[in-house]
Design a protein around this ligand. Structure first.
Ligand SMILES: [Zn+2]
Length: 441
């Protein structure tokens, strides 16, 4: 039966509007009009925006929040702690953890997650009886939390340039890209015809995939018209090693091996040359900024505005989940540039909200999501405008520069209400997280 929502305020493709009626039929928006509340309509007070897309996630990193924020170090010392958690997960415990993490995302207004998934095999590196058991656990977790998922099955072959996998990394590897592709094909076949799941691909990084193995991963993505993501230039050390070995930057290596383009996403893109910026922008490759992770790991600040101006759509991801709040990611893109440039006003709120919504969904293989318009996926995220944070603000500016995830009052995802009155349908998500993380310690 069609459902009708009446939004006190809504952010439409033309901007913020008052008194918006959204009719939902099944998983899609049937109509968007303006007028007084029709009889029987569900009222959504505050401002309703399209569903948010979390374009870069490693669900298990959530277990590290608050545990790695002690002492000194850098990305590489953090990575050692991350590997300890990676070694402890199996399909059952990963389902429990990911379901809780995705429920936290749902409460933050996220209706689709791009899971950059490389925890493929048993800790010793042997495949599970079903070689995609971990991937299936993630899909099930997303569905139970009420999200759509793009499972970016990640090719991860080496521990560093010219270094074999070691320790916790051995469970990430398939041996070579051909064996990776066979497993990824099985996964894609399994979810064919299931519209809430996109089977995508990822090249972990130039550290983890030798260039001669990259074309097979790109070919998989082209064959399926699927998203292809890669970590790019998050660290200066990675750039230095890449230039030394291949006489090319990571962006150049990916470009030379067919991995850039409108279906691709470069994650981080922090330390770039001018030529890298031209290649990413000119190829219309998405760039996923993860500012809360980048600041947590002391990575640096990427040239988001320049990339955008050169043609690269910007998307947002909570990556390591030090924070799960895409409003915070969105405003950090602007605020980081202020700190770097000592100038204000690089981005308009509407541009940042587009990064969090339509651009993010498009980068995950859902070009028909992230917009309140007829025919789009019915994702409606309602943000309070009466909290101590948002009171007095309005429109896209209220959402991007005032709200936090705690102001999300209601979430409709693929036509189904998964958050009402600030509560997730599955119950106490804080407790779910505490139990799932406690079991891994
Ligand atoms: Zn990442």
């Amino acid at each position: 039966m069609p459902l009708t929502y009446w939004c006190e305020q809504a952010w439409l493709p033309t901007g913020a509007a008052e008194s918006v009626i959204v009719e939902v039929s099944g998983e899609r928006i049937a109509a968007v009009t303006q007028g007084p509340p029709p009889p029987g309509a569900r009222r959504l007070p505050g401002i309703t925006v399209p569903g948010l897309a979390n374009a870069h996630s490693h669900a298990f990193h959530r277990a590290l929040r608050g545990a790695t924020q002690t002492g000194r170090g850098d990305f590489w010392t953090w990575r050692d702690q991350m590997y300890e958690i990676a070694a402890r997960l199996d399909p059952d415990s990963y389902l429990t953890l990911a379901r809780a993490v995705y429920s936290e995302m749902a409460m933050a207004g996220i209706t689709c997650v791009g899971e950059f998934h490389y925890l493929h095999h048993t800790p010793g590196g042997r495949p599970y009886a079903d070689p995609n058991a971990m991937g299936h656990a993630l899909v099930r977790a997303a569905r139970e939390a009420g999200l759509r998922i793009t499972l970016l099955d990640t090719c991860y072959l080496t521990g560093g340039i010219g270094t074999p996998l070691a320790g916790a990394q051995v469970r990430f590897g398939d041996g070579d890209a051909e064996r990776w592709a066979r497993r990824a094909e099985d996964l894609a076949a399994h979810y064919a015809g299931q519209p809430d799941v996109v089977a995508g691909a990822a090249i972990h990084s130039v550290r983890a995939v030798p260039p001669e193995q990259m074309p097979l991963v790109a070919e998989f993505a082209h064959r399926h018209a699927a998203p292809l993501h890669a970590h790019v230039s998050e660290q200066r050390a990675e750039n230095a090693a890449c230039v030394e070995r291949y006489a090319a930057t990571p962006v150049q290596v990916l470009h030379e091996h067919g991995a850039l383009g409108p279906r691709s996403t470069a994650v981080h893109a922090t330390h770039l040359t001018d030529a890298d910026v031209e290649l990413l922008g000119g190829s219309r490759t998405h760039v996923c900024m993860c500012p809360t992770t980048e600041r947590d790991l002391a990575d640096g600040i990427g040239p988001a505005r320049t990339l955008f101006d050169k043609g690269a759509p910007i998307t947002l991801g909570s990556d390591s989940h030090a924070v799960i709040d895409l409003f915070e990611e969105a405003r950090a893109v602007e605020l980081d540039e202020r700190l770097a440039s000592e100038k204000r006003g690089h981005w308009r709120a509407a541009e940042l909200l587009t990064a969090a919504t339509a651009a993010g969904h498009a980068s995950l293989g859902f070009p028909d999501a992230g917009v309140l318009a007829e025919g789009a996926w019915a994702d409606l995220v309602t943000v309070r405008l009466d909290s101590v944070r948002t009171a007095g603000a309005t429109g896209a500016e209220a959402v991007v520069f005032a709200a936090t995830a705690a102001d999300v009052l209601s979430v409709v995802s693929s036509g189904r209400q998964i958050v009402a009155d600030g509560h997730h349908i599955s119950g106490n998500v804080g407790q779910m997280l505490a139990e799932a993380i406690g079991a891994l310690r």
